[in-house]
Design a protein around this ligand. Structure first.
Ligand code: M6R
Length: 619
């Protein structure tokens, strides 16, 4: 959940690293810091501050007005796990002689005994973090490792439990950085006469699009001229280089005040690009996914595992996959999955949905599933991330980089990607004829235009948002695929506007939640189509009347031309008519706008909500 950058080259490294940190700040923003190796290897200059990178910038300007000369540096932006976000706990951490600097992402689970061991032999630790022990252990391991930083780090990694990406600099090795990774992301950028290390490619994409994904339990040494990768035993390993398929413009705000607002606008393209090339005229083709037709035919049960917004896309997928294939689908929060002994075998397909491909809960869930012989198909937005790497198959969403912490365009892309999987399964199992599959795909292809239409009419939602920004809570109701949309609307509001927000299946209302309704309470209702789901539509109409009778202020998302709902809506947001299973692609959009706008009205940073980070790489 932290952002990590390392640079060796011929430029002034401080600037390169700071720029990289700014691009990675969405991964964690409790504190940040840098260490620069001064020329000649005289010393490591460290500067670090609690709070956003602006605080670090100010400290650097005050303490080092002429900059810090040096062409090798490391930098870190933190999401605190052990120890509060203070200057002392910010990374990099130094050993007692200030020879070794370390930055870390992950959790060192056995840090307590390691710390006790260091303290027992007279080492004073300067911070409360789990990470600092590594700096001291590496420094201590150096003599036995013959002064070789990589060998010392290798030795230390053998003693660490948990998840870590570590990047280590030594004052006597100015043109070299050594890094290790286990269970946390690390990617290498290969430029001309310069080499980068980072948690993700956003940190260096402006300098090079040639990248190398590091594997599990690997050590990489970088210099300006290149890199060497070995495993933890020191044996050289083959790596797979790749070319980043997006450029810097994709990772910039492009005139929007927040990334999230840009990403909401990018949703039609995210959906269109995710569908691109997946239908040949008579069949769904998921070439990249690596499961053959027989394996799909054998599937007799599907589990969807995911977290947060991705989990909500899974709830929608259940409706589509069961409807098209008649195969039972269970949707489970990844964090719960492996702790309850789910029934899995080789005919179970586990669909793991993750934007980042790094979420530890989801990663551990798929590891558990594969141990039980189930096949795992990842739906992921990040090429080469750990979850697709550890899966039997992968289908990439092509939403482009998502920088805002709140997931938006990747959610819509996940909805269509899961439906592609559903159609591929139906095709393999013969539960849908070719022409039916073709019709479903054509309906999906029409969605980008309909999403654009919604984006064109959300201005009243903005006004409404400003109007209800002072409310103490907002409830969201839906049924069928409208229920996950209600959950997603509530999640967006919680994470961005810090308001109490809950999503309920409208049918459950009378079993308890209706007690929450009081005069003026905003309640968002996601209406089903009066054409697609007339019975549910009628039921929800009754529910709206029930809550209005108790004073609720109703905000209704309904299909264009749904005249029956008009008398009961204090605020009506009309979205174009779509097939029911695709309706979340249009009904979610106003809820994203609502949450972003309320957050802005309340004065919060929409891209970096408090306490959160974009990728959750710890359990
Ligand atoms: O990268 P992932 O899709 O695995 O992330 C899962 C959740 O952490 C993520 O969707 C989170 O809920 C978002 N911040 C919601 O906007």
């Amino acid at each position: 959940m932290c952002g990590i950058v390392g640079y060796v080259g011929d430029r002034q490294a401080l600037e390169v690293v700071l720029e990289g940190l700014r691009r990675l700040e969405y991964r964690g923003y409790d504190s940040s810091g840098v260490a620069v190796l001064t020329p000649g290897g005289a010393r490591l200059v460290v500067e670090k501050r609690a709070g956003r990178i602006e605080n670090l910038d100010k400290a650097l300007a005050a303490e080092h007005p002429a900059g810090i000369p040096g062409t090798t540096a490391i930098g870190h932006t933190r999401w605190a796990t052990h120890g509060p976000p203070t200057d002392r706990n910010a990374h990099p951490h130094l050993d007692a002689t200030a020879s070794v600097a370390v930055i870390h992402n992950g959790i060192i689970e056995n840090f307590a005994p390691l710390r006790a061991e260091l303290e027992a032999t007279g080492t004073e630790l300067a911070s409360e973090t789990d990470s600092e022990v590594v700096a001291h252990l590496v420094a201590r391991a150096m003599p036995a490792a013959g002064g070789d930083l990589a060998a010392a780090l290798r030795q230390v990694c053998g003693r660490l439990e948990g998840a870590f990406t570590l990047v280590v600099a030594h004052k006597d090795e100015p043109g070299r950085l050594v890094a290790a990774r286990r269970n946390s992301p690390l990617v290498l950028g290969v430029g001309k006469g310069e080499t980068f290390l980072a948690s993700d490619v956003a940190a260096f994409v402006e300098h090079t699009r040639d990248a190398v994904e590091l594997g599990q339990d690997q050590i990489v040494e970088i210099t300006a001229d290149g890199y060497t990768v070995t495993d933890f035993a020191g044996t050289p390993v083959a790596v797979s280089p790749f070319r980043v398929d997006w450029d810097l413009a994709a990772a910039e705000k492009g005139g929007y005040p927040y990334f999230m607002l840009k990403e909401i606008q990018e949703q039609p393209a995210a959906v269109a690009d995710t569908l691109l090339g997946h239908f040949t005229g008579d069949r769904i083709v998921l070439d990249e996914q690596r499961l053959d037709t027989q394996e799909l035919r054998d599937v007799d049960k599907v589990f969807v595992v995911a977290c947060g917004t991705a989990y909500h896309s899974g709830l929608i997928a259940k409706h589509a996959i069961e409807h098209w294939t008649r195969v039972p689908v269970e949707v489970e929060m990844a964090s719960e999955f492996r702790y309850r002994d789910p029934v899995l075998d080789r005919d179970t397909l586990v669909v793991a949905i993750s934007q980042s491909g790094e979420t530890m809960d989801t990663l551990e869930a798929i590891r558990h599933a594969r141990e039980q012989k189930a096949r795992v198909l990842a739906i992921c937005n990040t090429n080469g991330a750990q979850i697709p790497r550890e899966s039997d198959a992968v289908l990439y969403t092509r939403a482009g980089p998502e920088i805002g912490v709140a997931a938006t365009k990747t959610f819509l892309a996940q909805v269509v990607a899961t439906q592609l999987v559903g159609l591929a399964l139906a095709q393999a199992k013969g539960t849908k004829y070719g022409d039916e599959v073709a019709r479903e795909f054509a309906a999906m292809e029409a969605m980008p235009e309909l999403i654009s239409q919604v984006l064109g009419v959300v201005e009243p939602v903005r006004e409404l948002a400003r109007d209800i920004a002072g409310s103490k809570a907002v409830l969201f109701l839906g049924r069928h695929v409208g229920y996950p949309v209600a959950l997603e609307g509530a999640l967006k509001l919680k994470e961005l506007a810090y308001m109490h927000a809950e999503g309920f299946p409208a049918g459950e209302l009378k079993h308890g939640p209706i007690a929450l309704i009081e005069d003026g309470l905003p309640v968002v209702v996601v209406m089903p189509s009066p054409h697609g789901r007339p019975v549910l539509h009628a039921k929800l109409l009754s529910n709206i009347q029930e809550i209005r009778a108790r004073g609720a202020r109703t905000i209704v998302i309904a299909e264009d031309g749904d005249t029956a709902v008009r008398p009961y809506a204090h605020h009506l947001v009309e979205v174009p008519r779509t097939p029911t299973l695709l309706s979340p692609l249009v009904t979610t959009v106003p809820l994203q706008v609502l949450a972003a706008e309320i957050a802005q009205a309340r004065g919060y940073d929409v891209d970096k909500p408090r306490n959160l980070a974009k990728s959750v790489t710890v359990e």
